[in-house]
Ligand binder design. Sequence first.
Ligand SMILES: [Zn+2]
Length: 442
Amino acid sequence: MTPIAPLALAAALSATSVDPHVTQLAAAVDPARMQATVAKLVSFGTRHTLSEAQSPVRGIGAARRWLAGEFAALARQPGARLQPFEDRFTQPPAPRIPRAVEIWNVGAVLPGTDPARAKEAIVLTGHYDSRGSDVANAEVDAPGADDDGSGTALMLELARVLSREQPAIAVYFVAVAGEEQGLNGSTHLAQRLKQEGVRVVAMTAVDMIGSSAGQDGVHDDVSARLFSEGVPAAETEPQRKLREALGGENDGAAREWARYVKRVGERYVENLDLWLMLRRDRIARGSDHLAFSKEGFPAIRLVEAHEHWDRQHQDLRAVGGRAYGDVLAHVDFAYAARLGRALLAAVAELAAAPAPPAEVRLGGAVSPDTHLRLALPADPRAAALVLYRRRADGVTWQRATRYPRQAELVLPDVVPDNFVFAVATVDAEGRESLPVYPGKLE
Ligand SMILES: [Zn+2]
């Protein structure tokens, strides 16, 4: 086997170009529109999953009908390719659900244009349900401005900005309910998509992106957290064995998606530091991405870096001069829009990118050279390859090297024991697929 020289020397990361179209899309994310959406959501008083469903002005029924109308209106805009999406079901009694209740997940789908990849999709969610101090109290005011009015507002905003795009694969923008009661809406959505044969290649739960002032006294409007599982929740026994052989605890597909969002997001948004959190969520807490992880989909959470617990899951009140409650005034929409722009850039790039390698096999154990063999995708847009590499004590990729489209990569004098590898495809415009971690040893 002859070693193949990389196309460019490009030892450093971020050799990828910036797409002016994506820059333009990201700039269109409008904090004022997000603020107007959250103000409207707050006006429904409470959006508790078990709250009033018939009133035109108060409760979850009014909120979901309004949201469905907004998504439908976006789909009717001239030139929009969006289709309204609805996932309605009756949730039977469950913990935190004392009686059967109708739940609506509402949103829009931007269909993909590549017929060979018609079943692939990116899914984004924000949860529009809210709660007060007592999770069972469906009557008390629960404005839920940050949690998760902010994520819900981003769903509408991303759907609006991307509505005319023609990505290769579909993008779902969904406002889900039942999160606070036990991820009921997202669980139904994930199971439904799986049953329909939709292959979710990347999912992100956007849950709380508006607090730039934390309970810890820190004011920080440039940082946010990406939570992802390293070991897939739905890992099979053969996958477990391979992971143990390869040491792949830090390279589940969700983790690769988190790295992708960080890399692309920070490329397009100035003054942004996305923290690659090596855990699936905050300690003993979760969000809608976990429902997708459970079904075997790569799912992560985007959330502010500094939470303020006086403003989370709290009835509106003042005690000894200390104000509690998740109100509009505490949401920093410039910050929320900044995070939204980063996610938009990552989604726009991935949705338009070519199909990734179907499989990557790693060889070279007890050898001074690394051998990688690839099953290349049929996708003719996969013009070249990008080999990502980091030393095995690293967290983020340290090198990205471009290669021509070929089925084998040989790295002389690179002992595979000391490095981690993944391979992406890239099109002529520089749009990259998700990097694929070796799925076989040889
Ligand atoms: Zn939440």
